[in-house]
Design a protein around this ligand. Sequence first.
Ligand code: SDX
Length: 437
Amino acid sequence: MEEKYKKTVASDTASLTVRGNTFELPIYGGSTGPDVIDIRTLYRDTGMFTFDPGFTSTASCESAITYIDGDKGELLYRGYPIDQLAEKSDFLEVAYLLLNGELPNKQQDEEFKHAITYHTMVHEQLSKFFGGFRRDAHPMAIMCGVVGAMSAFYHDSTDINDPEQRKVASNRLIAKIPTIAAMTYKYSIGQPFVYPRNDLNYAENFLYMTFGVPSCEEYKVNPILANAMDKIFILHADHEQNASTSTVRLAGSSGANPFACIAAGIASLWGPAHGGANEACLKMLSEIGTVDRIPEYIDKAKDKNDPFRLMGFGHRVYKNFDPRAKVLQQAANEVLGELGINDPLLEVAKELERIALEDPYFIEKKLYPNVDFYSGIILKAMGFPTEMFTVLFALARTVGWVSQWSEMIEDPTQKIGRPRQLFIGESERQYVSIDKR
Ligand code: SDX
């Protein structure tokens, strides 16, 4: 972590009295956001653990990468507001920012883009892994497998203690993840893999490898789609210590190689409560079908006895609008408008949002549309099948995972993550032979 980023020790402390003994716990402040109480001596001093399933009140690390203010609906990448980056930057410039802490100057930008572009090809043998999957395998299953298998290819960049190898592995992952994602799609539709082109930018190249069939016809990248794709990648690049990023950090804390750690992140992101929500949201909108059926589903979402939740709504941190959802709502209007697509699901989504945001249940529980609410509609308009939505999320989030993994490895205080538990099972008891049971 950059030397200039340091926590400050507050002048006051937190007093904790446990069964007659009082302990003073240090309080630390960061550059912005909530202060933290250092509980690392608690078990030693009290013989007790803290209890925080889901880690809703727990800071797992110090980080200088991404800041979220859930009440304000604010998201900053290295201090820059997400809406400014989505409007003015491009994905690889944002990747450089997340990895290095500063926006690149012209030379740094050119060098980084060249390094990524010229590593987008994957080892030809890697394509043989695909043949082992059923052709109707879920693309996320293939992504978990193939990205994890990169550990079996790139042995010259798995020594996490070598900064140069960490940089090579980071660049390889960022460069090759679009190629692998496109190969995953091609495999599922039975078309040949398409090699990357170095004359296209990151988003254009991904669309070319995904939708191009060069052996049959020239594929012209639509600039509207390429711009929307790049914006979607920026919006999904990082998001503080979410479930998949925490998975990557925990896997990395044991010293596992970066390819295995990113594969673990992909597995966690797949869940419908996390990155799988964009796929689940579009399926939900399709199931609702028409505006007149929205009240029925709002009631189901409010019914405590019904496990149904409005996919694309709610967030562990945002208790205001997810700033990414605002940008994506605008992008949905632009992309569908410019493509001349009139998707009734967009109308259902807008009406569902309007009704939900007026409903006391959603207002009281501060449930707003999140990043996954509109992304599926744009991706569907761009021609992606629903099963590919989370693959695109993983493609973009690889930059955040790699940045957070690097920050963790470089943190001198880093140690293996090993939570404890409140044990509620059987106390010690003696074995009974089977003839006596
Ligand atoms: C992502 O963490 C990140 O940063 C993730 C992410 C990222 O970029 O990495 O932002 C990406 O994962 C976005 C979230 C995508 N998931 C969904 O859209 C799935 C639907 N949303 C819910 O499953 C839920 O809102 C979560 C999982 C997102 C958050 O759940 P929490 O934090 O465990 O629960 P909560 O505090 O949001 O819920 C508060 C209340 C609960 O009711 P009570 O128990 O208090 O009575 O609101 C209810 C919930 O039952 N609730 C919902 C709801 N979400 C929460 N009720 C109906 N529909 C919903 N969508």
